[in-house]
Design a protein around this ligand. Structure first.
Ligand SMILES: NC(=O)c1ccc[n+]([C@@H]2O[C@H](COP(=O)([O-])OP(=O)(O)OC[C@H]3O[C@@H](n4cnc5c(N)ncnc54)[C@H](OP(=O)(O)O)[C@@H]3O)[C@@H](O)[C@H]2O)c1
Length: 348
């Protein structure tokens, strides 16, 4: 058995067994499970800035992990299961169980202490229950230490744009219930920040990829594609962003007082088909014979009505404001550099 160690997935590894890769971690996106050193004062409290991430998922963990690693920030965050809470604790994150459909934010101890608050919980279709008691929330946050608020939203709020180039001034026209709920959440978030008088940002993200969640990972896992994945393959343009650059954008916004909404996407809205062809070649060059699914044939199974629907919704998303106003320098300006770095991080 040949084992491929993944340096950035300390909790897991790809195993090459009988010519099949499988990810050995129960949670593949757990790529930051190493314990980070954390500055602790004599009374047990951490020094400096404190980030609280509501929704410690793929991006939340990455951002929290980098802030601890690079800036020695104290990081707390929420999840919904004991197993995830344990993993987060192992990383050095103060984790709290929180389900927005039944729990109240006002009961979250770490919120009061937070200097920075990142919302990474997707809104439910019926709206974001976080805001059910907005006044209470405002009073609660207003009495704390908060200086910065960020919300991870999505470019899906623009809706169908017929292939147009869209910047932040392009009228949002969300097409489904979750995108509509996202737009409502954006507005509430900005308004809450305004009322509190803290710098507040909405980041409209393209498809987030990174180690553990990328075309390379999809091809290596060899699972059947979902119908949503098959539909997306037909698009000529797809906005995407490496999770490291989501972090760069969040970090850049700490230092500029330009509250507002920013598209966070890379420079190349290449089609999913192009990205998968590139990923396939990369894997084949490194580990010949390991890609068994034929992604290109999956899309042909869709009916023509679905194909027409996908193409109607296309857009190219501009990242000019992200660069000129936030001053972000992308670490991975296109999928090629991003995928190559992911592959290289998976060892030999
Ligand atoms: N993935 C993309 O390509 C993409 C693109 C654009 C925008 N976005 C949005 O950007 C944000 C970050 O994306 P991501 O992919 O990093 O997210 P993710 O991995 O799906 O993580 C979402 C987090 O929200 C938590 N959560 C979900 N429903 C909740 C609820 N009802 N109450 C409390 N917590 C809840 C999850 O908790 P558990 O950990 O317990 O599951 C998880 O920690 C999300 O809002 C996502 O919708 C994602």
């Amino acid at each position: 058995m040949q084992t491929l160690a993944l340096p950035i997935f300390p909790a897991g590894e790809f195993l090459l067994q009988k010519n099949r890769f499988r990810f050995a971690s129960p949670i593949p996106s757990t790529f930051l499970c190493a314990s980070y050193s954390r500055k602790v004062t004599v009374d047990g409290c951490g020094e400096g800035d404190r980030m609280c991430v509501l929704g410690m998922g793929f991006s939340g963990r990455y951002i929290g992990g980098r802030l601890m690693q690079e800036r020695e920030w104290n990081v707390s965050g929420t999840c919904r299961s004991d197993a995830k809470k344990k993993e987060l604790n192992k990383m050095g994150i103060d984790a709290f169980l929180f389900d927005s459909t039944k729990d109240r934010l006002e009961n979250l101890k770490s919120l009061k202490e937070a200097t920075h608050l990142l919302l990474s919980i997707p809104p439910a279709e019926a709206g974001n229950p976080l805001f059910h008691s907005l006044e209470k929330l405002r009073d609660f946050l207003g009495n704390g230490n908060l200086r910065w608020m960020g919300y991870l939203s999505s470019t899906s709020v623009y809706g169908d744009c017929g292939g147009a180039l869209v910047n932040e001034d392009y009228p949002a026209n969300p097409m489904n219930e979750s995108s509509k709920a996202r737009l409502v959440t954006e507005k509430k978030w900005l308004s809450l920040g305004n009322q509190l008088g803290v710098s507040t940002y909405v980041f409209r993200l393209g498809g987030i990829y990174g180690p553990g969640r990328s075309a390379i990972d999809t091809l290596l896992r060899k699972k059947q594609l979902t119908s949503y994945q098959r539909m997306r393959r037909l698009k000529r343009f797809t906005a995407r962003i490496h999770v490291a650059d989501v972090y760069e954008a969040v970090k850049a916004s700490f230092d500029v007082s330009k509250s507002g909404t920013y598209n966070i996407v890379d420079d190349n809205p290449a089609s999913r088909a192009e990205v998968f062809a590139f990923a396939r070649n990369l894997i084949e060059e490194k580990w010949a014979g390991q890609v068994l699914i034929d992604e290109s044939r999956e899309a042909t199974r869709l009916d023509s009505a679905s194909k027409a629907q996908v193409r109607k919704g296309e857009k190219r998303v501009s990242n000019v404001c992200m660069k000129t106003q936030l001053g972000v320098n992308l670490t991975f300006p296109d999928y090629k550099s991003g995928l190559l770095s992911i592959l290289n991080s998976y060892g030999e």
